[in-house]
Design a protein around this ligand. Structure first.
Ligand code: SF4
Length: 279
């Protein structure tokens, strides 16, 4: 059996859930492949994994995989994930969201899950738009771009998701594009092994809406943009601010230690319990 056949038969709900809903050429399938490979190579059993999503094109991802899965409400995937992690800390909890789901509707949950350092592997697929609802501006849509909700050009500057995660307190922050699929798998694997709140931003492409709105309906052209815009973090350290202005830095951007919320919570429970028993 080839590795690909093994992965398909082990992790996909092939008998019930296909064909999938994603458009031909969408980048989300590449992320799904990288995620499955990273999990397989990390040695987790399927029963150890809880995969949670919110709403949007990315929200359909857990439907197709054979883990413990939840398809939750818009922007609220991290709240479900936090509850699961506190209730059963031994589980490996993974959340997949789109850029709008994570940083607009769920923006407060995102920054506070990072601040609390809840041990969740958070994957944010950033295709710079709301794909499922017709290509509206999201918090990561670049300034000036014409979309279905900004027909004369977007007036808002865009969020740097990794910068936001870093400043909010995430202990691991990484970024890749779907063009760099092997790097993506590697960054996800490192995030899965990190103790604490880890974030992987995945630059992807929505040809159906964002591509057409910005002048291309070719997934290949959009992936060439990813290839040409990305620069590895090691190389970026040698360049100045001006040289990096049009570049997207990829790789592991933050890797640090901090106490995790569920362990602090366990300590608190033990202390309160022993104090109550002493009364
Ligand atoms: Fe992918 Fe865009 Fe189609 Fe959604 S609308 S499945 S993001 S190409």
């Amino acid at each position: 059996m080839t590795e690909t056949t093994h992965l398909i038969h082990t992790y996909l709900r092939s008998s019930k859930r296909f064909p999938h809903i994603w458009c031909p050429g969408c980048g989300i399938g590449i992320l799904l492949g990288a995620l499955i490979r990273a999990i397989d190579r990390s040695g987790y059993s399927k029963d150890d994994i809880v995969l949670i999503s919110g709403i949007g094109c990315s929200g359909r991802l857990p439907t197709y995989v054979d883990f413990n899965t939840l398809h939750t409400t818009h922007g609220r995937a991290l709240t479900f994930a936090t509850g699961i992690k506190l209730a059963k800390p031994s589980l490996k909890v993974i959340v997949v969201m789109g850029d709008g789901d994570a940083t607009a509707i769920g923006g407060n949950h995102f920054i506070h899950a990072a601040r609390r350092n809840v041990e969740i592997t958070t994957i944010i697929i950033n295709n710079q738009t709301y794909g499922m609802t017709g290509g509206q501006c999201s918090p990561t849509t670049p300034f000036g771009v014409k979309t279905s909700s900004s027909p004369y050009g977007n007036l808002e500057p865009s969020f740097d998701i990794c910068g936001l995660a870093k400043e909010a307190g995430a202990v691991f922050v990484g970024r890749s594009t779907v063009y760099h699929a092997r790097l993506l798998e590697e960054v996800i694997r490192k995030a899965l092994h990190k103790e604490g709140f880890s974030v992987v931003e995945v630059l992807s492409h929505c040809t159906t809406h964002f591509g057409k709105q910005t002048g291309t309906d070719s997934p290949v052209e959009m992936m060439k943009w990813q290839r040409d815009s990305a620069i590895r973090v090691e190389k970026a350290k040698e360049l100045g601010e001006e040289e990096l202005r049009q570049k997207v830095v990829i790789g592991v951007l933050v890797d640090r230690q901090a106490p995790t919320y569920h362990k602090e919570y366990e300590k608190l429970r033990a202390r309160v319990s022993s104090e109550s028993n002493a009364l």
